[in-house]
Design a protein around this ligand. Structure first.
Ligand code: SAH
Ligand code: F3S
Length: 493
């Protein structure tokens, strides 16, 4: 079970990813002949983390680039159905087979429909998917999504064969970091973009499948990362979100063969013309080193918001989770950061009901959340993942107790989020102005450092000087837990 007040990273299996639509549709606009009746349409669903949202973007990019395919939000008019899956918790994984059952019915009516399953469930369950859902044409992992055009061509050949004799094509290998070399130039819309700086994770927390589904940490070379950001900035992107399971484990090779660490990368990115805001998702306390903390003193582009997952407030549980740090280490890091940025907003991930979690362990977690006064947090009941060390641990806490603990914990987080939004009233906040508000055309909306949506009235003649700019807004009203309203104070950059 997973619930959060608002969780921009976790998307629902039924939600269509339209983030990528602009990229492919831009291609069609520049090549109108592509958008003919023969143009194939792709429908995609995305589960899981921001990394998957990024990967879905890239899947659509490669199919757009290689086959001129365009994205559609209407499953009934699609020629290709893609499911980008997540296996972080059991529930996400279960959704894969139930959704595939629905897609099977569509394929029975339209045998030429091509179905592809990518992401972490594909990586972990490749053969099993082939057995349980033989109507799936393409199975690919997070590291092989760039081979989607080839898989598609191979699956097309299969379509000359009687349906019952067809076999799905499968590629769930971990071909190091080659994926990035095969991705087309990023095309963007709006002012914010994600840039993947590394793949995989080598931390092997005892509960987590990521090291097994995405492989070990592998960093993209520094120049590749900077070239992608340069290209994005040239297309008007002002906010870059550096993406990885563990960005502070970044070890990117430089031109001269030396290694660039994460703090140094932040400096390089901040020097790119046009980049006004830098975020990163996600980091691990173990490598949240002083040079990264110091970057907050040196780089105004770094937002005053940090997502640093701690998972539990109990040292016993942290040890059982193999997080390799104590609560004191975490609190020290936060205190150092607060000395530099007293206005920093903090968020975290928590796992409630880890095997062996006592009442005292849970109280410690509640106390930590209260003490550090997180702005918001994502909290999940522990989900046993086959193949992970924690799956072998005795678990004597009942599911009812876990649910009660989660509800109690989430109330603390909800109250804290609400209080922080109310506290914004009367203060000035830095906002990246993004668009005219859908339901209030007299207002512009943008995002504050702390991820709140901020709405403010504007003068129509000023619109070009405001869109895509960083401005100061004086907050006057609370609108909702994640939204405030205010007055424009100054244009900053
Ligand atoms: N570094 C990544 C971690 C990816 S997993 C990040 O923070 O984005 C995202 C979160 O899912 C973890 O921080 C953890 O809180 C949660 N999670 C991972 N495995 C889990 C499991 N087996 N049960 C419940 N929650 C889990
Ligand atoms: Fe998972 Fe721990 Fe890595 S939560 S992604 S193994 S840091």
């Amino acid at each position: 079970m997973s619930v959060s007040v608002f969780d921009p990273r976790i998307t629902d299996a039924s939600a269509k990813t339209d983030v990528t639509a602009p990229a492919i549709n831009a291609l069609v606009e520049t090549n109108p002949e592509i958008a003919s009746a023969a143009t194939k349409k792709v429908f995609i669903t995305t589960q899981g983390c921001q990394m998957n949202v990024y990967d879905s973007d890239k899947m659509l990019d490669v199919l757009g680039d290689s086959h001129g395919m365009v994205v559609t939000q209407d499953i009934d008019e699609a020629d290709v159905l893609l499911m980008n899956t997540c296996s972080i918790r059991e529930k996400a994984q279960e959704k894969v087979f139930s959704e595939l059952g629905r897609w099977r019915k569509l394929k029975e009516k339209r045998p030429d429909l091509v179905i592809g399953v990518g992401g972490c469930v594909a990586s972990q369950e490749g053969d099993n998917i082939q057995k349980r859902a033989p109507y799936v044409d393409m199975i690919f992992g997070p590291q092989t999504l760039h081979r989607l055009p080839e898989l598609y061509d191979q699956s097309s050949e299969q379509r000359n064969i009687a349906p019952k004799n067809r076999i799905g094509t499968i590629d769930i290998s971990f071909p190091s970091i080659e994926k990035f070399d095969f991705l087309p130039e990023p095309k963007v819309e709006g002012y914010k973009a994600f840039v993947s700086i590394m793949e995989g994770c080598s931390k092997y927390c005892s509960f987590c499948v990521v090291p097994y589904t995405r492989g070990e940490e592998l960093s993209r070379p520094l120049d590749d990362v900077l070239a992608e950001i340069d290209s994005l900035a040239a297309q008007g992107i002002r906010e870059i979100n550096l993406l990885g399971q563990n960005v502070n484990g970044y070890r990117g090779e430089k031109d001269d063969g030396s290694i660039c660490r994460f703090a140094e990368l932040l400096h390089y990115v901040s020097h790119i013309d046009g980049v006004e805001r830098i975020r990163y998702t996600t980091s691990h306390p173990l490598e949240f080193t002083d040079d990264i903390i110091d970057a907050y003193a040196q780089l105004p582009e770094l937002v005053s918001h940090l997502h640093l997952p701690v998972q539990s407030g109990s040292n016993n549980i942290l040890a059982a989770m193999k997080r390799n740090h104590t609560i004191d280490v975490y609190i020290n890091q936060i205190n150092k950061l607060k000395a530099i940025r007293p206005d920093i907003y903090l968020s975290s991930d928590f796992i409630i009901g880890f095997p062996g979690e006592t009442d005292q362990d849970f109280q410690d977690t509640l106390n930590l959340a209260k003490e550090l006064n997180f702005d918001h947090s994502y909290s999940f009941i522990y989900s046993k993942r086959p193949g992970t060390p924690a799956a072998e641990l005795p678990d004597n806490v009942s599911f009812t107790t876990k649910k009660e603990r989660l509800a109690e914990f989430q109330q603390v987080i909800i109250d804290s989020t609400l209080a922080k939004t109310h506290e914004m009233v009367g203060t000035t906040t830095r906002v990246l102005v993004e668009q005219v508000a859908d339901r209030h055309p007299d207002c512009l909306i943008g995002t504050a450092d702390n991820t709140r949506t901020v709405m403010f009235p504007y003068d129509m003649e000023q619109i070009d000087q405001l869109l895509g700019k960083i401005v100061n807004v004086r907050v006057t009203d609370f609108v909702s837990p994640h939204m405030v309203k205010g007055e424009l104070e100054a244009v900053l950059a």
